[in-house]
Design a binder for this molecule. Sequence first.
Ligand SMILES: Cc1ncc(COP(=O)(O)O)c(C=O)c1O
Length: 392
Amino acid sequence: MVFDVERARRDTPGVRRVAHLNNAGAALPPSQVTEAVIAHLRREAELGGYEAAEAAAERIQATYTAIARLIGCAVDEVAVVENATRAWDMAFYGLSFSPGDRILTSRAEYGSNVIAFLQVARRTGAVVEIVEDDEYGQICLDDLRRRLDSGGGGEVKLIAVTHVPMQGGLVNPAEQVGALAREAGVPFLLDACQSVGQLPLDVQRLGADLLSATGRKYLRGPRGTGFLYVRRSILDHLEPPFLDLHAATWTAPEHYEIRPDARRFEAWETNYAGKIGLGVAVDYALSWGLDAIEARVTALAESLRARLQALDGVHVHDQGQRRCGIVTFTVEGVCAQDVWRRLAACGVNTSVSPASSARLDLPHRGLSDLVRASVHYYNTDDELDRLVTALP
Ligand SMILES: Cc1ncc(COP(=O)(O)O)c(C=O)c1O
C-alpha cells in the first residue's frame, strides 16, 4: 500500500521548518486541527464562550462519536479530559482498595502511574506487584498468569499495563493481557497514551475495561486534551474521585445523583476549542486508516533502527516482538542530553527519556538516559538521514 506522504506533508505546515522526530512528545498537528481550534477561539471572542459552545454543540458531540469509532466503543463510554494522566487518574483513583489487595503492573509502566500506585498503596495497604518481563522485554504472560492463579496473598483488584512505554519502541501484548484479565474477572486498565493514533485500537479486542489516551502525541491533536474509555459494565464499580455539577445532579439539598455515562469523569469547565480540535484530529487519523498509519510508521522506525545500528558506537535499545514508531538509542561517550541538543541545533527534533522517569525499566536493563526519536507517517527518509548525519 502506498502512503501519500506528499499529501500528509502538505497538510502539515511544521514540516517546512523542522525534521520533527518528537512525535511521542507532541506531533505536528495537521492544519485542519489548528484551523478548527482557532475558528472556535474566534467564535468565543465574537459570540461569548457559552454562546460559542452552544453554537458548536454538534461539532463538540462529534468528538465523542469520533473517539468511539476510533476505539470501537459506545459514545456514552467516553469522557474527554485534559490529558492522559488525568484520564488514567480518574479511573485508577475511582477504584477502591483494601489492605492486601493486589495491583499487577509491568516494568514498562508510565512513571506517573507508578507514583499513583505507591500513593494508594501507602494510603490503603494495597500491594503493587511487578510482573516480570519475558525474553523480549514485554510483559511476561506466564508470570502474569501465575500471579493471577496464585491462591496465596490478597485478591488481584487491578491489572494496569502501559501499551507502549515512554522509553522505547516496545508494544506490550495488550490483547493477551486483556484475555487473561477477562478470564480472571479482574479489571484491566490500559495506558494507551503512546499507542493511540499510531496503532489500531479496539477495546473489545484488547479486552480493556478502562483505557486512557492523550490528544497531542500520535493523534496529532491539540495539547491539553485526552480521553478516558470506561466499559459500561464497570462504570458503577468506580466512584469518580471528584464530582461537580457536570458529573452529578444536585437533586435535593442533601442528595446528588451521578450522571449515568462516562462523562461523570469530566469537569464542568473545559477547553472547548481543544475538544473540537481533538475530534478533528481523530477524524483525520481515521481518514488515513490506522492500519495504514501503523504500517508506514513501523516501516520508518525499522529503517531508522537499521541506519543507527550500522553506525559505530551507536546502540539501539528498543525491545518487544512487535515494535512501533519510537526509536531509542545511545551514543557511546556522549550523554543523551548532549545528543539531543546537538540534533536540535541541526534542526532535528528528538527528546530524552530519562532513567529517573522509568525506574522499574531502564536501570533494570543497565541503561541510563536514552535519546528518543519518534517517527510519524509524515516523516521522510531524508529526515531520517538528517538525524543520522547530524549525530556526534
Ligand atoms: C505511556 C505514557 N502514559 C501517560 C503519559 C502521560 O500523558 P499526558 O502527558 O497526556 O498526561 C505519557 C506521556 O508521555 C506516556 O508516555
